[in-house]
Write a protein that binds this ligand. Structure first.
Ligand code: AMP
Length: 166
């Protein structure tokens, strides 16, 4: 494995080695705009959740009483599934009845590959980041893919530099 220590260091100071996954969840969180996680209070309706998903241009919302504890997650897929099953009357239902309460989460120190593995195995695209029982961020599969593409591009530039003798 090629050591790109002098050519392609990671933001946390670790060496970048081609083929190794050094990208951590905390680096992905840092690269996101720091707007916090969009949440909705338990007891809100599906219509309110859909309005927030639409206005904030996001695909999933965390159901939380205080922005820190996670009661569940409601994705656009959950709403579409209920609409397909029962029609528009479901929009008056509480998010608590439709959300996924059994959440898979990750920590800041997990690698992007571990997160992608969990998302692929569970067939979902969003994951809250937890620390000490409290939510400290949320990452989507889009955030992970964007971060990995940026790392690959950095490695490519470092390799080209090595080949050209820079
Ligand atoms: P998504 O692909 O994230 O839009 O979600 C697909 C399904 O997985 C929906 O039923 C969500 O409620 C559920 N879901 C989303 N994220 C998670 C997660 N981190 N843990 C468990 N279930 C989730």
């Amino acid at each position: 494995m090629l050591d790109l220590r002098h050519h392609c260091g990671n933001p946390d100071g670790t060496a970048g080695q081609i083929g190794e996954d050094h990208m951590l969840v905390q680096q992905i969180l840092k690269s996101k705009s720091d707007d916090g996680v969009v949440t909705i209070a338990p007891g809100s309706t599906l219509a309110q959740a859909a309005e927030t998903l639409s206005s904030r241009k996001i695909g999933a919302i965390i159901v939380s009483p205080d922005g820190k504890q996670v009661s569940g997650i409601l994705s656009e897929r959950d709403i579409v599934r209920e609409l397909g099953r029962r029609g528009p009357s479901c929009m008056a239902d509480s998010v608590d009845e439709i959300m996924t309460a059994n959440i898979v989460s990750c920590s800041r120190t997990e690698s992007s590959d571990e997160v992608l593995g969990k998302m692929t195995a569970g067939r979902f695209r969003h994951m809250p980041v937890m620390e000490g029982g409290e939510m400290v961020g949320l990452i989507s599969i889009g955030d992970v893919v964007k971060a990995q593409i940026s790392q690959l591009s950095m490695e490519k530039e470092a390799l080209e530099g090595m080949i050209k003798g820079f």
